[in-house]
Design a binder for this molecule. Structure first.
Ligand code: NDP
Length: 496
């Protein structure tokens, strides 16, 4: 399959782009391995997808939700059966280690199963009327065509977070994956059709940012759900704002672990390694800062951390000994390296990594050494901006209060964690940390899919929408309140 030409899937039919052009995608761990050629779609392709989606919506929105759920159950089953194959493709597309890719495919399965269950709930509300013989019911209704625009770092899980709640609620979808990881999304849509999704309900069109922008601008696309950078999120938000279009934004982060002086050091060490260097730091929730309360163990702990970071196995994710894969592109690796160089110029001390890895088995990929900087001050660029690479900045503080203040000292608000044995301080931190996700004695990564899970951020990380749990339904539904008057007379609210 890898190396093939992949066509757009417009409502279940494979189509060449009207542009007649393709783009190529290579494995970031091995730039000689072609993942595939993908259609470079344009507005005409989008128009075709919209036309088909409009027709499909008329039937899908009226299909009983438990029947819609059957498709998601079946898609979960197919995904489960293909888990290994899908994970291997995902590893080659993004570079992430196979164990992480397997986890990501499991997340797709969990997401489908969770939202399939909603097919028998999709609860609204009932309320009491102020008048006799009258009832009030508020229900959720679908909105229409949803434009789903996703980032490259979770090209299976993140689209599934959007697809499942959108479809179960009776909407139809058009997915534009990142051009840096298009194949995983293609396979998601293919499997939905294998699961019996009626023609027209889902499309995937490949392309670049201009296509995403065209989706935001399109009047027949009623919802935009975007996962990406804050810069692009702001642009999309402006377009949607001018059109009063519903828009859900899941954007960048500048996440931190706060480690207090009574932290369990062994647990902390493991948590930092996973949070900062897992997925090569390319998670929106990656631990980018360690805010360390000064204590007599700091020096020896940092030494242990350097040793452990240097021992991490780096290489092609298909080889299961490797724990860290490459960065997604040469350009992105330059960006990460530039951040580190500027941090050093700003006065940070480079104590581990800080270089591209280009020799031996790593020469064909975009590998970067796990990097640790100390002497980082809260006002430095490296302490405030998202790096999106395996780079940890250590900021030392004197107290719990100072740690909280610095943790909050960023424009982002996605994920913050605290390590302490002190239950009171742990609970106080959950009140004070300014982030959509907070963890106690666990790193900043590791969100789950389920009823109470609500993935999303505060401040410049988003606009209040949530994914991964029941609250995701708010993006893809609109409320309708139905008044039932069985009094057989005219009753006037607020007057009678
Ligand atoms: P980008 O913002 O560059 O791209 C995100 C998506 O938007 C891509 O599909 C991109 O297409 C598309 N796009 C680009 N320009 C426009 C435009 N003008 N209008 C509409 N769509 C456009 O992000 P990355 O793909 O580089 O992903 C990394 C970012 O995503 C990080 O900041 C990370 O923190 C964030 N992220 C957030 C998550 C969250 O849930 N909060 C989860 C995962 C990642 P193309 O790439 O083809 O140009």
């Amino acid at each position: 399959m890898l190396g093939n030409s992949f066509l757009n899937n417009i409502g279940g039919e494979l189509k060449l782009s009207f542009s007649g052009e393709e783009f190529e995608k290579y494995n970031p761990a091995d730039q000689n391995q072609l993942i595939g050629k993908f259609q470079k779609s344009n507005i005409e392709d989008l128009e075709e997808a919209v036309k088909i989606a409009k027709i499909a919506f008329k039937t899908w929105k009226n299909t009983p939700a438990p029947q819609r759920a059957e498709i998601l159950y079946k898609a979960a089953e197919i995904t489960s059966a293909e888990k290994n194959k899908l994970a291997e493709i995902l590893t080659q597309e993004t570079g992430k280690p196979l164990i992480e890719a397997l986890g990501e495919i499991q997340e797709v399965i969990d997401t489908y199963l969770f939202f399939a269950g909603e097919g028998r709930r999709l609860y609204g509300m009932t309320g009491q009327s102020e008048l006799y013989n009258k009832s009030i019911i508020t229900i959720r209704q679908p909105i229409g065509i949803c434009g789903l625009i996703s980032a490259w770092n979770f090209p299976s899980a993140v689209p599934s977070w959007k697809i499942a709640p959108a479809l179960i609620s009776g909407n139809v979808i058009i997915l534009k994956p990142s051009e840096k990881a298009p194949l995983s999304g293609y396979l998601l849509i293919e499997n939905l059709y294998k699961a019996g999704l009626p023609k027209g309900c889902a499309s995937i069109i490949f392309g670049y940012g201009d296509l995403g922008q065209a989706m935001a601008e399109h009047d027949d696309i009623k919802v935009i759900s975007l996962t990406g950078s804050t810069t692009i999120g702001k642009k999309v938000s402006e377009i949607c704002g001018a059109k009063l279009k519903k828009c859900a934004l899941e954007l960048g982060g500048k996440n931190a672990i706060v480690a207090l002086e009574d932290a369990n050091q062994a647990l902390l060490l493991e948590g930092i390694l996973w949070g900062a260097f897992g997925t090569a730091g390319q998670r929106c929730t990656s631990t980018s800062r360690l805010i360390l309360q000064k204590s007599d163990w700091n020096k020896s702990f940092i030494e242990k951390l350097i040793k452990a970071a240097n021992n991490l196995k780096i290489g092609n994710g298909l080889n299961q000994v490797n724990q860290i894969g490459p960065l997604i592109s040469a350009e992105h690796r330059e960006k990460v390296n530039d951040f580190v160089s500027r941090a050093v110029k700003d006065g940070a001390k480079l104590i581990c990594g800080g270089q591209k890895l280009e020799s031996g088995d790593l020469k064909n990929g975009y590998f970067y050494a796990p990097t640790i900087l100390t002497d980082v001050k809260p006002e430095m660029e490296i302490a405030k901006q998202e790096v999106f690479g395996p780079v940890l900045s250590i900021i030392e503080v004197n107290s719990f209060e100072e740690a909280i203040e610095i943790a909050n000292n960023t424009d982002y608000g996605l994920s913050l964690a605290i390590y302490t044995q002190n239950i009171n301080l742990a609970m106080q931190s959950t009140n004070q940390l300014e982030a959509g996700l907070t963890y106690i004695n666990a790193p900043t990564i590791g969100a789950e899919c389920g009823g109470a899970s609500a993935f999303g951020g505060w401040k410049n990380t988003g606009n209040g929408s949530r994914e991964g749990g029941i609250l995701a339904l708010d993006t893809y539904t609109q409320y309708k309140t139905i008044y039932l008057d069985y009094s057989e007379k005219l009753q006037k609210a607020q007057i009678d």
